[in-house]
Design a protein around this ligand. Structure first.
Ligand code: MN
Length: 457
């Protein structure tokens, strides 16, 4: 099966050019000018941008959290991802304390295999530092899991500084990489207790209990632990200028630090928590939304290369689920839907707004996550020999985001009414036309992508 995309603008971090792309079965076999292939299905994509399929390296599908389960499972979440141009997600396999890494990995395969629309891989969450789990780390690598997640907050997930440090040392032996959720735990708990006692129970109290400096404190602490362990590390979902300063300090010490941020930290601010009742609850996530000045700081850091990836931290709940926290903000399930809208938002508020270039967008959404998490060059790039994961983006039309148009399982979007520039016309997943004009044509065509070691420099 051959497809020839004619006259699109092929976007790569190194530059863009008008070219033809010839796809044979699952792979890109040629990129060049005036390509001919008599037996190919020819598609005219002139005037369209061709991005490498977007990779979302931070999703939570089918996750049990806050006494409920995320609205999106791999079926609905994968479908929403693909519709938004994301051809691969890396979700977090998450065994509970007392369960083994292998149990968690097997469980995540059960959740995803055969029912996911986009390709997928798994990071492994280390939330229990036991001899058995330490023994199982090399077998994670054998199964294509080369990246790990740890938490400096949330009692159910934390393993403490000592074990985080030991884990960083252990992963270093195998060339693994860890992403860490950075917020101070103890002070946040104290602020929550203090506020609950004072009767401050609305969603507007949520950001007050998780201030930016407590994120910065944890980022600084992690980076000093990584300095002593002498390993590169990933700061996931960084939100603010205060935390970025800690990254700058670590880099000044000569450390290798990778930083991820998310669309909601770039386009939404903490005034959303002042919305009445359930409306404010829809924006509860951790770390919380910050100030407009932080958004601008993050955009600048994307433009100058201080931040390497934009993922969504997609962790969706319905309005009904968010209701659990009416009257007590600590019971609001934390997380936002976002997997479907990332490409449109970053193009609109990044590229079209002149904050970053389309070439930088290709790096932030595709090439860098592919390299950082060991899927490159199979994924993340439009090149001969790579998987034919291609987003055909028409930059001309203007549209608006509405939850009613979404194929995800949440019944709202935090970006309701946002204007977007452009439209995703087609998505090819390993050579198959899988989305066309907003319709998902293949609902379970995704496969597991085993990953190698990080190659981002
Ligand atoms: Mn997360």
């Amino acid at each position: 099966m051959k497809t020839l995309l004619k006259n699109g603008t092929v976007v790569t971090p190194g530059g863009s050019r008008v070219a033809d792309v010839l796809i044979c079965n699952e792979k890109i076999v040629r990129i060049g000018e005036h390509l001919e292939s008599p037996d190919a299905n020819v598609v005219d994509v002139s005037g369209k941008l061709l991005f490498p399929g977007f990779i979302d390296a931070h999703t939570h599908f089918d996750l049990d959290v806050c006494n409920t389960t995320t609205a999106d499972d791999f079926h609905t979440g994968g479908r929403a991802a693909l519709r938004g141009g994301t051809t691969m997600v890396i979700d977090f396999a998450c065994p509970n304390k007392g369960e083994t890494l292998q149990y968690g990995l097997d469980l995540w395969h059960k959740k995803a295999d055969g029912r996911t629309a986009c390709d997928y891989g798994f990071h492994m969450t280390i939330d229990d530092w036991t001899p058995e789990n330490i023994r199982q780390i090399p077998q994670m690598f054998e199964q294509g899991v080369t990246s790990f997640k740890m938490y400096l907050t949330y009692p159910a997930m934390m393993i403490g500084d000592e074990n985080i440090f030991r884990a960083l040392q252990e992963l270093k032996k195998y060339g693994g990489i860890a992403g860490v959720h950075c917020e101070n735990a103890g002070v946040i708990d104290a602020l929550i207790a203090e506020n609950k006692e004072a009767g401050n129970l609305g969603p507007d109290t949520h950001p007050k209990c998780r201030p930016d400096v407590l994120e910065a404190e944890a980022v600084g602490r992690l980076l000093k632990m990584a300095y002593v362990a002498d390993v590169p590390v990933v700061v996931v979902h960084l939100t603010c200028e205060a935390a970025l300063k800690e990254v700058e300090a670590a880099r000044a010490r000569g450390q290798k630090v990778y930083v991820e941020t998310c669309p909601h930290y770039l386009t939404l601010d903490d005034s959303n928590y002042d919305k009445p009742g359930l409306e404010g609850a829809k924006y509860v996530c951790a770390p919380p939304l910050r100030k407009p000045a932080d958004e601008e700081c993050l955009w600048k850091a994307l433009a100058n290369g201080e931040i390497q990836t934009i993922s969504t931290d997609h962790c969706s709940f319905t309005t009904q689920q968010k209701k659990a926290g009416l009257g007590d903000f600590t019971k609001i399930p934390g997380g936002l839907p976002g997997v479907e809208t990332r490409g449109l938002l970053i193009y609109t508020y990044g590229v079209a707004a002149g904050r970053i270039t389309k070439e930088q967008m290709a790096a932030l959404l595709s090439e860098n996550p592919a390299k950082l998490y060991g899927a490159y060059p199979r994924k993340g790039v439009l090149a001969e020999g790579s998987d034919a994961d291609i987003v055909v983006y028409d930059p001309a039309p203007e549209a608006f985001i509405h939850a009613a148009d979404s194929v995800g399982a949440a019944d709202y979007t935090p970006f309701e009414g946002f204007r977007v520039q452009g439209r995703i016309d087609q998505v090819y997943l390993r050579g198959r036309l899988s989305v066309e004009n907003g319709r998902v044509l293949e609902e379970n065509g995704g496969i597991y992508i085993p990953r190698g070691k990080s190659s981002l420099t």
